[in-house]
Design a protein around this ligand. Structure first.
Ligand code: DC
Length: 220
């Protein structure tokens, strides 16, 4: 069984997906981490992430690897664990830009499908229900207001000691939503058969319980 969870940044996808995966005994695949790893590589090499030709040339000699260690997903870039580095704020914008390039998406989607076909998997991203796994048994589309999403991201970044403002984060999130939903190839979009969950006024427990009930209903 595959479960697709799509939605904009900060809607709660990864937190909820991890909990659901734990409760159901599924593998959790955070697909955004893969685009982030590509973005980090390009930033490290000083390559303009909108320059498709140069990105493609570099990507051809790049190895992105997803491994499961101590119960969690780790992302390796050319053999180095970059799971922490890819969370840096500067990587978020670059990941959104680089993910608009078809050459990047084709390579990442191939890897995602390969992982998902081996086990029961929950994937979160932007195009899982519409493009990566259009036949996923259950599809969710998580949303929340941009104010709420910015507050969540801000709290996360402050905990990590980042120097940022709530206003700045909100602007970045809105810009990223715009980029992700307006790109030509596999944009952020609710699949017609996805169940929309507005998490603005819901606790993590409420959202998880609601989604778990739906999945268990489908399994019967
Ligand atoms: O979920 P995230 O914030 O870690 O994702 C980082 C960027 O990667 C996001 O702005 C858009 C892109 N992305 C994508 O295009 N498709 C996916 N399935 C997952 C992420």
């Amino acid at each position: 069984m595959n479960i697709a969870i799509d939605g904009p940044a900060g809607a709660g996808k990864s937190t909820i997906a991890k909990r659901l995966a734990g409760a159901l005994g599924f593998l959790y695949l955070d697909t955004g981490a893969m685009y982030r790893a590509v973005a980090l590589k390009m930033l490290n090499c000083g390559i303009d992430v909108t320059d498709e030709k140069r990105v493609k040339a570099e990507l051809d000699r790049t190895v992105i690897d997803v491994r499961y260690e101590n119960g969690g997903q780790k992302v390796y870039l050319d053999g180095v664990d970059v799971s922490e580095n890819i969370r840096e704020h500067r990587v978020s914008k670059a990941a959104s830009d680089v993910s608009a390039l078809p050459c990047v998406r084709v390579k990442m989607v191939e890897l995602q499908r390969e992982i998902a076909c081996k086990r029961d998997t929950i994937l979160d991203g932007r195009d899982i229900g519409t493009f990566v796994l259009p036949n996923a048994e259950v599809k969710f589309f998580l949303t929340a207001t941009s104010d709420e999403r910015a507050k969540r991201r801000y709290a996360e970044l402050v905990l990590k000691g980042a120097n940022c403002t709530l206003e700045g984060i909100k602007k970045d999130i809105e810009q990223r939503d715009y980029n992700d939903s307006h790109r030509e190839f596999a944009p952020l979009k609710k699949a017609s058969d996805a169940i929309e969950v507005d998490t603005t006024d819901m606790s993590i427990e409420e959202v998880t319980g609601y989604m778990l009930d739906i999945v268990n209903g489908k399994k019967q």
